[in-house]
Design a protein around this ligand. Structure first.
Ligand code: PHE
Length: 520
């Protein structure tokens, strides 16, 4: 308003340093006052109410030391003043001088006073050498204090700057003129063209705010990976760098056969009951698996074989054909192992044929066609759990399976140590456990650095011959496998203690967007 009123009166403001801003305590020509004015100039300029020009100036201000010299005199002048005149009184020693005017002033001042020829040595002390002096430093600093510069010119200014008695200050002042929209009252400009303005025609006379093309835009929010996906990717990379192949796991719905029977889980096992497994009602039954394999599985359950006495309970087709939400990805592992065995069967079959037709001189494949395999998967599984802070009705299972001839339990343990180390878990322990499909079975425990105790992180074991041999895998092929959840390491890594803040409708979008990659 001050700018507008002054312009209304004089049409031009030649030098904004002449304006006294009401209520401003800094002097009108000060840097601070000019900054305030610049803000007002910019805002009026954006409305085209005024135009202005900027003038750069450089001025100098005193440092604290410079200001002190204006008050007390330069160090050299104070040294001179403190000393007795020649022949009048005792010459003064350095210690006394320091006591009188302070260490710093005595040290710096003494050298300069000598150089100027103001003082002289007399015995072990100093005396005045001249009867009067002109304290040039103090006079120059007074001038700088009053005018911001020195008539003597840049060389003297540079000298004072070097002595750290003054510092340069860049400053600005402005010349202001009326602009095309000049008025003494600041109308709030319109920011939007509205329907009302168009229908009433008021847009013709309205003042619109100019677009600010320099303004930063609102950052767009991009997509973000969920923490589970980030950890899944890192675990996937560990498997890949260890030479594993990813299994297809798109079969969320499985049959009782693949989820349990093929794994030699007894048909009366409690895990198969309604309170643990979700069954489908429509459709409720699966297609039949390959007849011969199905028969071999039914037989090993009912009667045994492959060194086993079986469960010796009646086999139920109905139980085997039920459709359910898979309770573990080991159902997919079983299907993959069956395929692996199918390759062996094909090869053996081919060989037998060629032996028959070529009357004894076999030229085709030797052996049983088995190829070692390292397979993994990371996908969703479903269990009818009571939900709480650490349990939902679904979670992700990380599963690894290795098939090779003559593998031992030591291979499994060694493998898991390497694998978990790559995940940053160095303290692992194994405890004997029971799984219907593995023997021996091991529970995996890891030392939790935050909880300071051992927590169970997974389950593992050597798959039973009752499971592998009906598939048609050669007798010396051993398969070991293990499974962990994806959620537990994710929660540990991100310090999350309630699974419902990680999965489900209570997940914070912001938390997801801001969660960093974990980098095992
Ligand atoms: N299927 C087991 C589980 O759900 C994990 C496992 C996989 C165990 C492979 C042994 C072998 O806990």
């Amino acid at each position: 308003q001050l700018l507008l009123d002054t312009l209304a009166q004089h049409s031009i403001i030649k030098d904004t340093r002449s304006l006294v801003i009401p209520g401003q305590t800094d002097p009108a020509e000060s840097h601070e006052a000019q900054i305030t004015i610049l803000g007002a100039l910019n805002s009026l300029h954006s409305r085209e109410m005024i135009s202005y020009e900027t003038h750069e100036i450089s001025s100098h201000v005193l440092t604290a030391e410079g200001a002190q010299i204006v008050l007390e005199g330069s160090h050299e002048a104070r040294v001179w003043a403190a000393l007795p005149a020649k022949g009048e009184g005792e010459p003064m020693g350095v210690q006394d001088l320091k006591k009188k005017i302070g260490d710093e002033a005595a040290k710096v001042g003494q050298g300069r006073a000598f150089k100027n020829g103001w003082i002289a040595k007399d015995g072990s002390g100093f005396v005045k050498n001249v009867s009067s002096i002109e304290d040039v430093t103090r006079l120059e600093l007074r001038e700088v204090d009053a005018t911001g510069t020195l008539k003597a010119g840049e060389k003297s200014l540079a000298e004072l700057r070097k002595r750290k008695l003054i510092v340069q200050r860049k400053g600005q002042w402005f010349t202001a003129l009326k602009g095309p929209n000049f008025s003494t009252s600041i109308a709030k400009p319109e920011t939007d063209l509205t329907v009302d303005m168009l229908t009433s025609g008021s847009w013709r006379n309205a003042a619109f705010k100019k677009y600010n093309f320099e303004a930063d835009g609102i950052p767009t929010s991009g997509g973000a990976f969920h923490p589970l996906l980030k950890v899944r990717e890192e675990i996937r990379n560990i498997f890949l760098e260890m030479g594993f192949e990813e299994m297809p796991t798109n079969t969320f719905v499985e049959s009782g056969f693949w989820c349990f029977d093929a794994l030699f889980v007894p048909q009366l096992h409690p895990a198969r009951e309604l309170q643990d497994t979700f069954y489908l009602s429509d459709p409720s039954t699966s297609l039949k698996p390959a007849e011969d394999y199905y028969k071999r599985v039914a037989t090993v359950h009912e009667k045994g074989g492959h060194g086993s006495i079986g469960y010796r309970t009646p086999w139920s087709d109905e139980e085997s054909h039920k459709l359910l939400l898979r309770t573990h990805t080991t159902a997919s592992s079983a299907a993959m192992l069956y395929k692996l065995a199918a390759k062996c069967r094909d090869e053996i079959h081919q060989r037998e044929n060629s032996v028959a037709t070529e009357t004894g001189t076999s030229t085709t494949a030797e052996g049983d066609g088995f190829r070692p395999a390292k397979l993994f998967s990371i996908d969703r599984v479903f269990r009818n759990e009571t939900m709480d802070a650490t349990h939902l009705a679904e979670f992700h299972q990380v599963e690894g399976v290795v098939a090779d001839r003559n593998l031992t339990l030591a291979d499994l343990i060694g493998f898991m140590r390497v694998f978990f180390k790559k995940m940053g878990i160095t303290d692992v322990r194994f405890k004997p456990a029971y799984n219907p499909y593995t023997e021996p079975s091991l529970e995996i425990f890891a030392f939790h650095p935050m909880l300071q105790k051992w927590v169970e992180i997974g389950n593992s074991g050597m798959f039973r011959p009752e499971m592998l041999e009906p598939m048609g895998l050669p007798k010396d092929v051993r398969v070991h496998g293990w499974g962990i959840s994806l959620e537990r390491p994710t929660m540990i890594r991100y310090g999350i203690n309630n699974i419902r803040t990680l999965v489900g409708h209570k997940t914070s979008i912001e938390g997801v967007e801001n969660s960093p990659a974990v980098m095992f």
